[in-house]
Design a protein around this ligand. Structure first.
Ligand SMILES: [Zn+2]
Ligand SMILES: [Zn+2]
Length: 296
């Protein structure tokens, strides 16, 4: 009997919360276990009450339901799909003249080896990104990371596409610590953490912000370049010799991710690709819109 109790005790220690039947039958529970059971029941009751008072809703359209990004909202996401610039991933007009790279990508130096996005930064995807980033709606972490994982799956192999599934690790584009403190969390880190869980690709904190940068929204492309130049540094030898996939929420001019990739290359990265949740449509596209201050 003593042996059985010891065994049950060991079970409880190993798998807390999964041995309720044994706990309930055991009338000789020590006070500590009773307290824990009480706390567990208390939490469950509290959660049930909270669900009654504040039923779960879609974080994007506010409709009642268990999903943080409901099926109707997901159906409205405009996917970022070919024709795209084979380097930066920008949408290209469907024209009879086949052109697979933007003139500026053929001329100017990008430090990354290729960039892709899940969808156009408009409608429900834009709302989801903004709710996640500025309104701390962390329930969107799972659905947004799932979209990133799905995008990895559909990317074609070289030479048509980028070898995004053959990378060695995921590296979040870091926020400066001061902005992280102000915002309370780091959206690229949260997305990378969940994407790592979904794909099995290791998460590496390979980059750090070396100085704060001003928000990019009112800056010209050249000013953006200057603003983020030298803003990142590789962390030790974390990315040395590795093919990395940089993760961020929004791709705007590409200045930020280009500088992040540059720092990774300086730190010895063998290749640096970029994957973001959304990207504003180019000016010729019907979904083109003016960004709000602080949006990018
Ligand atoms: Zn919705
Ligand atoms: Zn391009």
């Amino acid at each position: 009997m003593a042996q059985a109790q010891t065994h049950r005790g060991a079970m409880r220690a190993r798998v807390p919360g999964q041995d309720l039947g044994a706990r309930g039958r055991d009338r000789g529970l020590p006070g500590e276990h009773m307290r824990r059971m009480g706390a567990f029941a208390g939490q469950a009751i509290l959660q049930a009450l909270l669900d009654l008072l504040y039923p779960p809703r879609c974080e994007v359209c506010d409709t009642l339901g268990p999903e943080a990004f409901c099926a109707q909202c997901l159906a409205q996401v405009l996917p970022h799909e070919p024709p795209e610039c084979r380097l930066c991933g920008a949408l290209l007009p469907r024209s009879p003249v086949t052109r697979d790279i933007l003139a500026e990508c053929a001329q100017t130096r990008r430090h990354y080896d290729g960039a892709r996005s899940v969808g156009i930064h408009t409608a429900t995807l834009r709302t989801a990104v903004l709710q996640f980033k500025f309104h701390n709606r962390r329930r969107l972490q799972g659905p947004l990371a799932r979209l990133l994982a799905d995008r990895l799956e559909v990317e074609q192999e070289p030479p048509q596409g980028l070898p995004l599934r053959q990378v060695d690790c995921l590296v979040p584009v870091p926020l400066h610590p001061r902005r992280r403190q102000w915002r309370g969390f780091d959206q690229a880190l949260l997305l990378s953490t969940e994407l790592s869980r979904l794909t099995g690709l290791p998460l590496v904190i390979g980059l750090a912000r070396t100085r704060p940068t001003t928000p990019q929204i009112r800056l010209t492309p050249q000013e953006r370049e200057d603003n983020v130049r030298g803003a990142f540094a590789a962390v030790g030898h974390a990315v040395a010799g590795k093919r990395i996939l940089l993760i961020d929420d929004v791709y705007t001019t590409g200045a930020t991710v280009s500088q992040a990739a540059r720092a990774a290359k300086d730190g010895g990265a063998a290749a640096a690709y970029v994957l973001t949740v959304s990207r504003p449509a180019p000016p010729w596209h019907p979904a083109a819109l003016a960004l709000e201050p602080g949006e990018a």
